[in-house]
Design a protein around this ligand. Structure first.
Ligand code: UDP
Length: 338
């Protein structure tokens, strides 16, 4: 049994990772300030008699060394997911996002180095910036916009996290692996901070218009969270991966307009599709990424597998989750109303 510290463990990806480690018998410590994470994501593990003795939740920020340091010292390995994420959140909280994503990550790396702990650092496909060729390889250039366009502060911050990680590996032999996560989707993800699939599914299921931003020709590939979790667990235990940056992304490129149609089809919704120009959807000067398709060759070489699940399966899981929470919500409110 290993003791694993997951920063940001109450978030969407972190809670799935917690689930997977607990299922294989490990002990989990979650450090999360609940800024975008939610206690309800991990409450089932805190309540379940089979897991509650193996999970500890610490509500605190990675910016507080008094909380972070003892947990890193006690852990066998560290998965660092805590970050300011989501286009909307970054735009609304530009300063705090930079402080968390830069200072927070550097603290995690420094303390992992101090106590010789292996560490996984979550980065993002945003680091490729405006590149539009496919597939995107880890050796490709990054292409960012100017600094007055806020979106790039997230990509720039995450790029510095990558530089920090590589420098700790080179200078201090820290066992660190960085992964660039492409759009990860699955049950428990919320649409609150922009994420397109939960937003579309929520809109379709409540009969509201589906909001397609721009002209809808921009594309993404989506990855099922269960596959992302398997890749993270494999990478942190792969010594050949230390000192590398590795893409984790899905296989099926889809335009956002086609995605909207697929969501309508899957949910049987009669919602209309509303095309909203970027300057109405986002603050002025926003730049969207036109295309984002990963090469997973490096990942395959390192761990022997890569995400494969098609969009259909991903949408099925997200829609089923929303249906389930709707039923649970109705049951809860009927109990309250009685
Ligand atoms: N998007 C959209 N409608 C929404 C939310 C997002 O058309 O309600 C678009 C967004 O402009 C982008 C894509 O969907 O082109 C993916 O957005 P998301 O925020 O999920 O992830 P990103 O890839 O931008 O980080």
């Amino acid at each position: 049994m290993k003791r694993i510290l997951i920063t940001g463990g109450a978030g969407f990806i972190g809670s799935h990772l917690t689930d997977a480690y607990l299922a294989q018998g490990d002990e989990i410590v979650i450090l999360d300030d609940l800024s975008t994470g939610a206690l309800e994501n991990i409450q089932p593990f805190l309540d379940n008699p089979a897991t509650k003795s193996r999970i500890t939740f610490v509500q605190d920020t990675i910016l507080n060394p008094a909380a972070l340091e003892p947990e890193i010292e006690r852990a066998d390995k560290v998965i660092h997911l805590a970050a300011a994420v989501g286009v909307q959140y970054i735009i609304d909280n530009p300063l705090h996002s930079l402080v968390v994503n830069l200072n927070g990550t550097e603290s995690v790396l420094r303390l992992c180095d101090k106590y010789s702990k292996k560490v996984f650092i979550a980065s993002t496909s945003e680091v490729y910036g405006k590149q539009t060729h496919a597939p995107l390889r880890e050796t490709d250039d990054s292409h960012f916009g100017p600094t007055y366009r806020q979106r790039w502060s997230y990509a720039g911050g995450k790029m510095m996290d990558e530089f920090f990680s590589l420098a700790y590996h080179q200078s201090e032999a820290l066992e660190v692996v960085v992964a660039r996560l492409f759009n990860t989707v699955g049950p428990r993800q919320k649409g609150t901070y922009g994420m397109v699939i939960p937003r579309f599914v929520q809109q379709a299921m409540s009969g509201e218009p589906i909001t397609v931003y721009g002209d809808g020709t921009q594309t993404r590939t989506f990855t099922h969270v269960a596959e992302v979790v398997a890749c993270i667990m494999a990478l942190i235990d792969t010594p050949a991966a230390y000192g590398s940056v590795v893409n984790i992304g899905g296989v099926e490129e889809v335009s956002i307009m086609d995605l909207a149609k697929r969501v309508l089809e899957r949910t049987g919704s009669s919602s209309e599709i509303l095309v909203i120009p970027y300057d109405e959807a986002y603050p002025k000067e926003f730049e969207d990424m036109q295309r984002r398709v990963p090469s997973t060759e490096r990942l395959q070489k390192l761990v022997g597998f890569a995400p494969q699940l098609p969009l259909e399966r991903i949408l099925n899981d997200v829609v089923s989750h929303f249906e389930l929470t709707q039923v649970q919500g109705q049951t809860a409110s009927s109990v309250v109303n009685r």
